[in-house]
Design a protein around this ligand. Structure first.
Ligand SMILES: [Mn+2]
Length: 374
């Protein structure tokens, strides 16, 4: 498990190590867990909170993990006496709205920009290009994330917790334990919502033991059987893949992220399309809307990862299973990158991998390394 101290770097790690050894040696009876929890509380107490409200934001075009991790973390900060409020930088998606209804919690209000100097906590992202408008002129106090280190994570950020687990909500759940703040039932539902979404109910390859532990604790607290959780998750997937009434542009950007990779403006959207019988016409529609997305988002290279589903091998189950991932591409040089991730193009603009690819786990690390090595 990774634990990032306020100022990452070799020398500061050495200092931390000496500090830890000193603390352990001087108070040998204190359990490591408590030492860490106390360190967390002390770090918070030493932070320059100012007098105005500190806003907690997930990434733009928020999914359930982004919205729920910001909500729950703002709650943790308030429990500890800090004036924090969660906000959304853009409206939530269908899945998030659905689960907020089922689990009966109120989503944060949309506040699409912040004034210079605003104190911010970033959850589920650490790239300015995915942050709320104005974040660059704000002051990032904390980052709670499960992605790769990025440009928000400067030495000025007083607390960074980055763990390569399936959901940021898992990291937030752990921080409640470390701070010894009980998770109330409402917060438990909020955390479970983000966890179910980002790990696909522990089915995605990004799922770790930490996610399973959080899942067990939260479902036990809420008295939810595995069958009930599976039913709730199915409702979430149905909501996620229900594009009724949405334009092709809205579908394309419903789970979309901007990246600055070594100076190249890259955009990557993800879509799930369970109407597998009509996959080709859907891909054509998405290809057709890509120039518009590129122009409106100001991207040089644009990609869409479209998960392909097929009927389950057990037809009686009535289920569909993820088979693989198409990568649609647009922009000069985009073809080479898509083919690197998914193999030779099927036709102009489309590659297909027989494996289900993850944006965070597979494609972003590959693209970042590729553009960084030119
Ligand atoms: Mn996430």
């Amino acid at each position: 498990m990774k634990y990032n101290y306020p100022h990452p770097g070799f020398s500061s790690r050495l200092v931390s190590l000496f500090l830890a050894v000193f603390l352990l040696a001087s108070c040998g009876t204190i359990a490591v867990h408590n030492t860490r929890g106390n360190a967390f509380r002390k770090t918070l107490a030493a932070m320059d909170w100012g007098t105005d409200t500190c806003y907690v934001y997930g990434h733009k075009t928020p999914d359930a993990d982004a919205a729920c991790s910001s909500l729950a973390y703002a709650q943790l900060m308030r429990s500890l006496g800090y004036n924090c409020v969660a906000k959304l930088s853009s409206p939530s998606n269908n899945e998030t709205r659905y689960i907020s209804g089922v689990f009966d919690f109120k989503l944060p209000a949309v506040k699409s920009s912040v004034a210079p100097g605003t104190r911010l906590i970033a959850t589920d992202h650490e790239e300015y290009s995915q942050g709320v408008d104005g974040a660059r002129q704000g002051r990032i106090l904390q980052i709670i994330d499960h992605h790769m280190e990025d440009d928000m994570a400067s030495a000025d950020v007083a607390f960074i917790r980055r763990e390569t687990v399936g959901a940021t909500c898992t990291v937030v759940w752990e921080l409640f334990q470390e701070a010894a703040v009980p998770v109330d039932d409402l917060t438990a539902r909020i955390l479970l919502a983000g966890l179910l979404s980002d790990t696909d109910n522990l089915a995605k390859s990004n799922t770790t033991r930490a996610d399973s532990l959080a899942w067990q604790a939260l479902t036990a607290q809420l008295n939810l059987s595995p069958e009930r959780v599976a039913g709730i998750r199915k409702g979430m997937v149905d909501a996620l893949t229900n594009y009724d009434g949405m334009s092709d542009y809205e579908i394309f950007v419903s789970d979309y992220k901007d990246y600055e990779m070594s100076g190249t403006a890259v955009g990557i959207g993800c879509v799930e399309w369970i109407d597998y019988a009509h996959m080709e016409p859907f891909l054509d529609r998405m290809l057709a809307v890509m120039p518009e997305v590129m122009a409106r988002k100001g991207r040089e290279r644009l990609f869409l990862m479209a998960t392909r589903y097929a009927p389950s091998p057990d037809p009686a189950s009535g289920k569909v299973v993820a088979e693989g991932t198409y990568i649609l591409y647009c922009g000069e040089g985009a073809r080479q990158m898509a083919e690197l991730a998914a193999g030779q193009s099927l036709r102009e603009g489309i590659c297909y991998s027989g494996h289900r690819l993850g944006r965070k786990t597979d494609v972003v690390p590959l693209f970042t390394a590729f553009l960084g090595s030119r």
